[in-house]
Ligand binder design. Structure first.
Ligand SMILES: [Zn+2]
Ligand SMILES: [Zn+2]
Length: 552
């Protein structure tokens, strides 16, 4: 058997979220990232979706370490769950580990966290892993050059190419070109913006827009952004300082992130630039900036509550200016529009992307991807961090650059990609998929429960309760129909009366044929389902409840 290097994505392929990439050489496995994904609309009641890590649990002894590219939820959010099953060291940069630590403390998990810096090389089994600094929408982000005897794979992390980053730390072009010159077998690339022409704008452009807005605004300024976008928050502090405003922070994740990044030195401002939220009413409106969570219209967030007039401390008044320094993540558009409406009705001047350049993406557009490919000069390419259309757009881009079609692999979660020194192909598949987290339950909600929740949400529930005398094959009481979310009982008396007659008739007949619980129950369910569908074209969840009297 020839030596092989394998890559198995357990999440992040064909989707934006729950990134997790497994690299294996002989008996050594290292994992890059362990992220979560937010549930889709039809996943009622689900808090998070995390990758299925059956493969790693089955190969536990081989798993040597987890490496983190950066501190976003879609890269670190599954760790509290993953570390319960895998006791391995976690490597990451200072800010990434700082953000992770808060999360692990909440879950009461002690982990072996190992800090690395961009430029560091770490030896693990047959691997040497080199961290390379890249720009993104959170500081301290790295890509990983994963070197093995078979060849080097470069995992890009999430990246953009920003020539004027807020902290002055540009992507490490030297390390990347050096890597390219030494030969890269495969390049795993962020493909989020593979469909966008040109270059993604520099983070600093947003600062210029802030300047313009602050210059012409005399009332309060309230700004919502992702809590992890530390450079955005830095620019708010910088601009506020220039315009002699003080900054207050609201929203749990915003308060936490500002605290940690300030402690770790990623966010810098003079103490006088900050004001406690309780103190803002002592300042005049033109001296205040409030940074808040809620840029995605999240129902319980600070901004959403301000928009609905239910925030305990901040009421929107005419003259307020609200800036959405973000764009809605696909799926959140409606929530965000609702919040914008609420704020506007309360009299605020609302500024969002499209009206002004108040947001830039953290992901590379087509020209940046090309630049990266030209630096890294890989033999093979695998686009990740994208839905299938993004992966395809990446493949087309690479082909336009002269790469052969078979040099680009658009793979799926669970695919086993085998590399030799001069080949790459998908050879098999391992267990992968989604594990749903609901409250403290991990994985106990599966497709059956979800289908019930979807049906309950769509058409409600109808309970049919009946008491029978099994020995004498008689109905003693009922059936009584009770419904929630199906029809309004007071206005549907005749429908329910008819339904009762229907199920009584069915049951009277069925009980003569059999007194088995299961057959009685299914007779009731079927008769009600058919009748109600015929009358209403609805399919409520039907729960037959049979009680027995005179039991021995
Ligand atoms: Zn990210
Ligand atoms: Zn990401």
């Amino acid at each position: 058997m020839t030596d092989k290097l394998t890559l198995i994505p357990l999440g992040g392929m064909g989707e934006i979220g729950k990134n997790m990439y497994v690299f294996q050489y002989k008996d050594d496995i290292i994992v890059v990232d362990a992220g979560l994904k937010f549930p889709e609309d039809e996943m009622y009641g689900i808090d998070y979706v995390i990758p299925n890590i059956t493969y790693l649990v089955e190969n536990q002894k081989k798993v040597k370490a987890i490496f983190l590219t950066h501190g976003h939820e879609d890269h670190i959010g599954a760790l509290p769950y993953v570390l319960r099953q895998l006791n391995v060291p976690v490597y990451g940069t200072r800010l990434t580990l700082g953000l992770l630590k808060v999360k692990l403390d909440e879950f009461n998990i002690a982990a072996n966290l190992k800090e690395i810096r961009a430029g560091d090389e770490t030896n693990i089994g047959g691997f040497i892993i080199k961290a390379i600094h890249v720009n993104h929408s959170i500081p301290d982000c790295v890509g990983f050059a994963i070197k093995s005897p078979i060849g080097t794979i470069y995992h890009s992390g999430d990246f953009k190419i920003d020539q004027t980053p807020v902290d002055g730390r540009v992507t490490d072009y030297y390390a990347l070109t050096q890597l390219g010159n030494n030969g890269v077998l495969a390049f795993l690339s962020d493909s989020t913006n593979a469909h966008r022409l040109g270059y993604t704008k520099s983070e600093r452009e947003v600062g210029k827009t802030f300047d313009e807005i602050f210059a012409r605004t005399t009332g309060r300024i309230i700004l919502a952004s992702f809590a992890s976008n530390i450079h955005r928050i830095q620019q708010v502090f910088d601009t506020a300082l220039r315009f002699k405003r003080k900054v207050a922070v609201v929203g749990r994740s915003m308060v936490n992130n500002v605290k940690i990044s300030t402690e770790l030195g990623y966010l810098t401002y003079p103490e006088t630039a900050y004001v406690e939220i309780e103190e803002i009413n002592r300042l005049s409106a033109d001296k205040v900036v409030i940074i808040t969570t809620g840029s995605q219209g999240e129902p319980l967030s600070g901004l959403t509550r301000m928009a609905s007039g239910s925030h305990p401390r901040i009421s929107i008044v005419p003259g307020d200016t609200v800036i959405f320094s973000s764009t809605p993540v696909p799926g959140n558009e409606k929530l965000v529009s609702k919040v914008i409406d609420g704020l506007s009705k309360a009299g605020a001047n609302v500024i969002y992307q499209g009206i002004a350049d108040v947001h830039v993406s953290g992901h590379a557009s087509r020209e940046e991807l090309k630049l990266m490919i030209n630096m890294v000069k890989p033999r093979f390419m695998i686009p990740f961090h994208g839905e299938f259309r993004h992966q395809t757009a990446f493949a087309q881009l690479a082909e336009q650059m002269g790469y052969e079609e078979n040099a680009i692999l658009c793979v799926k979660n669970g695919d086993v990609v085998e590399f030799t020194a001069d080949s790459a192909r998908v050879t098999s598949k391992v267990t992968s998929g989604s594990v749903l987290v609901d409250g403290i339950g991990v994985g106990d909600v599966g497709n059956v429960v979800l289908r019930d929740r979807q049906q309950l949400a769509a058409d409600g529930v109808l309970v049919a309760a009946v008491t029978i005398d099994r020995a004498n094959r008689k109905i003693l009481a009922g059936p009584d129909l009770i419904s929630r979310g199906f029809v309004y009982v007071r206005e549907s008396e005749s429908l329910l009366k008819e339904a009762t007659q229907q199920v009584t008739a069915t049951l009277t007949k069925a009980i003569q044929e059999s007194t088995e619980w299961s057959s009685l129950r299914s007779a009731m369910r079927e008769s009600l389902a058919n009748f109600l569908y015929e009358k209403t074209r609805r399919r409520p969840v039907i729960l037959p409840v049979i009680l027995e009297l005179n039991k021995d």
